[in-house]
Structures are given as structure tokens and as C-alpha cells.
Design a protein around this ligand. Structure first.
Ligand code: 5RP
Length: 222
């Protein structure tokens, strides 16, 4: 199977999971990226069962609306039973590196509200130690150089994502060369740097369920 076929398979598996587990009238949390797009397309036939969705990016909002989903403001929503999103890397404790698409901050906010985080990924994303994929850090533009110096002190090599502005009007530093042995500690440490909005480690609040697309089928990891 190609990587795209694996992404479609996990998108469909997540839609089946949500259709079976989310209560009638619930609000869905929806992530960002090519795998999340597969989920949006697969859940679209069930849309009338839900009040709507909270989206983690402008791009996902456009796709949800194209399918007729109501996209709700998170401030008008108290509960999100399930949040479905992809990852750039995931380990066997269901910690993740996210933000390859630059939507990490809104993703982390929606994930914080959600009761259950379902991560969907093709098998290439499961790694023993995260860090090979450069860690995205969203930064207030005026703090870019300062934050880059602080990230260098942590052993990484930050590079500005050229020509990219987040949905929140900020910049992204992609941190190369990290070997992330302590995801929870590093997530907290980077978030303490003044000027950092958030970083792409989802470890303090990792996933609750991983649906992993493998050539042999979709495998569940809890
Ligand atoms: C976007 C993300 C995505 O979930 C992550 O980049 C994975 O994307 P894809 O499914 O396209 O591989 O965090 O900010």
C-alpha cells in the first residue's frame, strides 16, 4: 500500500470509531494535515449526527465547510468527546511531535478540551525516539532571534520556516538535531522560553488511542 492509501485507511478507521463512540449531537474536534483531511472526508457522510466541529486551522475549516459541517467557535463549546488528528512522529507512549503543517497551537488547544485524543498515522510515523522530524515551535515574531538562541542552548539547531505565517500571525522555528529522550520535560522547558507560543511536543497531553496504518491493516495502540 502507498502512504496515501494508509492515510485513507486510518481516516476511515477514525470515522468508524467516532461514529460508534461519539454521542448524537456531539461536537467533534478536528485536526489538520493530509491524514486529518482523510478523516474529514470519511466522517462527512455522518455529519448530520453531530452538532458540528471545532477546527484546528483555517485549512481544515474550509474542508469541513465544503462538506456542509457547521464549524463552531471553541468558546461556544463546553465538551468535545473526541479529537482526531495526525502526527509527524509518535512513540509507543503516544507522545507526539506535531506541527509540520504549522497548526500546532490551535491543535493543542482543541486537544486540551477533548476527552479523547485519537491519533491517526501511517506506520512511518511510529518511532522509538522522537526528534528526527524537526520540532516546530511557534514564536511571537519579535522574539524570533532570542528564542532561537535559547533553543540552541538546549542542543537543537533552530531554522526559521521561510515564508510561513501561522493562522495566529506568528512564525515557526523548526528545531533540528534533537534526540527527545524526555518528551514531557522538553515540552515544559521550551514552553518556558519567553516569546514561545507553544511547541509541537504533545506529551503532557498525548494521544489516548493511536490508529496506525500498516500494510497488514489498521492497528490500534492504547
Ligand atoms: C499539522 C500537524 C499534522 O497533524 C502533522 O503535520 C501530520 O500531517 P500529515 O497528516 O499531513 O502527515 O500537526 O500542524
Amino acid at each position: 500500500m502507498t502512504q496515501d492509501e494508509l492515510k485513507r485507511a486510518v481516516g476511515q478507521a477514525a470515522a468508524d470509531y467516532v461514529a460508534a463512540h461519539a454521542p448524537q449531537g456531539a461536537v467533534l474536534g478536528v485536526g489538520t494535515g493530509s491524514t486529518a483531511n482523510c478523516f474529514i472526508d470519511a466522517i462527512a457522510p455522518f455529519k448530520d449526527r453531530f452538532r458540528g466541529a471545532v477546527s484546528s486551522s483555517e485549512a481544515s475549516t474550509v474542508r469541513l465547510r465544503s462538506h456542509g459541517f457547521a464549524v463552531l467557535d471553541l468558546n461556544d463549546v463546553n465538551e468535545i468527546p473526541v479529537y482526531v488528528d495526525g502526527a509527524d512522529e509518535v512513540n509507543d507512549r503516544l507522545h507526539m511531535v506535531k506541527g509540520g503543517g504549522g497548526a500546532l497551537t490551535r491543535e493543542k488547544i482543541v486537544a486540551a478540551v477533548a476527552s479523547t485524543f485519537v491519533c491517526i498515522a501511517d506506520a512511518s510515523k511510529l518511532v522509538p525516539v522522537m526528534g528526527k522530524f524537526p520540532l516546530p515551535v511557534e514564536v511571537i515574531p519579535m522574539a524570533r532571534a532570542y528564542v532561537a538562541r535559547e533553543l540552541t542552548k538546549l542542543g537543537g539547531e533552530p531554522r526559521l520556516r521561510e515564508g510561513f505565517v501561522t493562522d495566529n500571525g506568528n512564525v515557526i522555528l523548526d528545531v533540528h538535531g534533537l534526540s527527545i529522550d524526555d518528551p514531557v520535560g522538553l515540552e515544559a522547558r521550551i514552553n518556558q522560553i519567553v516569546g514561545v507560543v507553544t511547541n509541537g511536543l504533545f506529551a503532557a497531553r498525548g494521544a489516548d488511542l493511536l490508529l496506525l496504518g500498516t500494510p497488514g491493516g489498521v492497528v490500534q495502540h492504547l
